[in-house]
Design a protein around this ligand. Structure first.
Ligand SMILES: Cc1cc2nc3c(=O)[nH]c(=O)nc-3n(C[C@H](O)[C@H](O)[C@H](O)COP(=O)(O)O)c2cc1C
Length: 192
């Protein structure tokens, strides 16, 4: 069966972006149907109207509330459709880019992508694989100042996505060529 790949980038850079190069390689290597979401195209932040609409039961939402949630619904639908989600993640100020945080806020929907059960929260996006392509200038991924990858693993797991692999192009401000080459090899192995 042809798999569906959701290919997401969040680097603000288009020229020379390491995460963009690697995420594209992985998406091409995996093949299948590719859904594309570029977060550099500025997603809105959630606001009071959005929170109110989200917490209004589906059958009670008015037209304005349905409209407020339309983008979020579309982003969730892409995630639901995907077998594999590839996310390009540049480290910005020790965390994830605001564009990626905005996307997370828009897809973490109680009753839709997770729910509260008697045994605690339960992720509803089951059976999916996530591949994070993480680049940093100096922060070592997995070190105590890497706040991005533990956060992403946690939030994806919260939504039900437990299978998370990470391709690292970290500390690329020194010996960039060697870092990128190693990441390309990792990327190739993942897509095999
Ligand atoms: C606004 C901004 C903030 C950054 N903050 C960090 C940081 O906290 N730690 C770090 O190691 N690198 C930091 N960097 C470097 C990037 O993580 C690095 O250049 C990475 O390769 C960017 O991904 P890209 O090549 O896909 O654009 C920052 C870069 C920018 C533009």
């Amino acid at each position: 069966m042809t798999q569906t790949v959701l290919h997401i980038d969040s680097s603000a850079r288009f020229q020379g972006s390491i995460t963009r190069e690697l995420s594209a390689r992985i998406a091409q290597g995996l093949g299948g149907k590719i859904l594309r979401r570029d977060l550099a195209d500025s997603l809105p932040q959630i606001n009071e109207a959005w929170v109110g609409a989200n917490f209004t039961p589906l059958d009670q939402r008015n037209a304005a509330q349905r409209d407020t949630l339309a983008l979020s619904d579309a982003l969730v639908a892409e995630l639901e459709a995907a077998d594999t989600v590839i996310i390009g993640v540049p480290i910005y100020n020790f965390g994830v880019p605001t564009s990626l945080k905005a996307w997370i806020d828009l897809v973490a929907r109680a009753g839709r992508t997770f729910r509260y059960s008697q045994s605690g929260p339960e992720g509803l996006l089951k059976g999916k694989r996530a591949i994070l392509v993480v680049a940093s200038g100096g922060t070592q991924i997995g070190s105590e100042i890497d706040f991005a990858t533990p956060y992403l693993r946690h939030v994806l797991g919260f939504l039900g996505i437990e299978d998370v692999e990470i391709v690292t192009a970290d500390r690329n401000s020194t010996d960039a060529d060697a870092v990128i080459e190693k990441a390309r090899t990792q990327a190739k192995a993942l897509a095999a």
